[in-house]
Write a protein that binds this ligand. Structure first.
Ligand SMILES: [Zn+2]
Length: 328
């Protein structure tokens, strides 16, 4: 693996390679992009290119440093992420980083730390990290990854060199899926649902019986107004279980109403679920724009509540009861 394995981020790769070439590697970077865009992969390949003993602007995959990184046992590279069963990066984790980063590198001239989901640092952790970013050791580089720069301390952001990852084109993602052996219809549908995120597309493509599960969701949604309570309980139970996997539950729900909205605007080329076009067109005649927007807000609210630790089943039940009975 090398920079070549990163899809659709040529600009970011070229900026980073330029830094290596000019020997001007920053002490702090911020890679911002939505989930599945390849932030972690980019940070890892960047570290490999810096550490590699053979290849100048990329990694060879063969030298001792490349191999140590691939086997996750390079002493000068560390990834900090939210610990299992926790919801944030704690101050204790950042204190450990600060303690370790002060020591000289073992195996090379650099020490690289990657902080995943940096927006999920506690306030104390972020403030503590800020002090290190103000006076970093000369050999240290910290790469912050985030899905939302707006949720980071502005003082932290200003200390970092910001690298914006691009949304990857649908055709590139479709090609990626075709290369993985999906047929053209499946590749097209998944690449549209993935909305610019190759990581998400790959995750969806690995879900067992994905198209059957998607069909169940859309069969339900198409007729949501006529569903009885037992049917609502059944689908919420199923979806709350699927939420534990990579199943793109909320993407499917919001894409459905977004598609109806696009049809109402006569903007058919933007429709994601083209295989449901005739159903969506019928629904577009029964729903007014205000109601569609309301439904999209309800879906976003339900997703947010689950992120805030409201029980998924409860949040989805409330959502479907509200979708069943519009204009409330
Ligand atoms: Zn190498």
């Amino acid at each position: 693996m090398s920079f070549n394995s990163i899809i659709g981020q040529e600009e970011a790769v070229s900026i980073l390679q330029d830094e290596i070439k000019k020997e001007r590697i920053s002490h702090a970077y911020l890679f911002a992009a939505k989930k599945g865009s390849g932030k972690s992969k980019l940070a890892f390949e960047f570290a490999k290119a810096i550490f590699c003993q053979e290849s100048e602007l990329d990694s060879c995959g063969q030298c001792i440093n490349c191999r140590k990184l691939e086997h996750q046992n390079h002493p000068d590279f560390k990834i900090i992420s939210i610990l299992e069963a926790k919801t944030a990066i704690s101050i204790a984790q950042i204190r450990d980083l600060k303690k370790e980063i002060a020591y000289k590198p073992y195996d090379s001239e650099h020490k690289i730390y990657v902080i995943e989901a940096a927006e999920k640092m506690t306030k104390e952790a972020a403030n503590s990290l800020l002090k290190t970013l103000e006076e970093p050791p000369s050999f240290a580089t910290i790469i912050l990854l985030t899905e939302d720069t707006g949720k980071l301390l502005p003082t932290l952001v200003s200390r970092c060199q910001q690298i914006e990852l691009k949304s990857v084109s649908q055709s590139k993602i479709q090609k990626l899926l075709l290369n993985k052996g999906l047929n053209s219809e499946q590749a097209e549908i998944i690449s549209r649902t993935a909305a610019g995120s190759p990581g998400k597309a790959l995750a969806i493509s690995k879900i067992e019986a994905y198209f059957e599960k998607r069909k169940e969701v859309y069969d339900f949604l198409r007729d949501v107004r006529n569903k009885n309570t037992i049917e609502i309980f059944a689908i919420t139970k199923k979806l709350s279980e699927l939420l534990q996997t990579d199943f793109p539950c909320f993407d499917l729900l919001s894409d459905w109403y977004r598609d109806i909205m696009m049809i109402k605007q006569d903007y058919l080329e933007a429709v994601i679920n083209k295989d449901y076009l005739s159903d969506l067109k019928k629904l577009a005649q029964t729903l007014d724009l205000k109601q569609i927007i309301k439904n999209l807000e309800l879906i976003a609210e339900s997703e947010k509540n689950i992120e805030l630790n409201i029980r998924a089943e409860l949040s989805l039940e409330v959502l479907f009861f509200k979708l069943r009975q519009p204009d409330q």
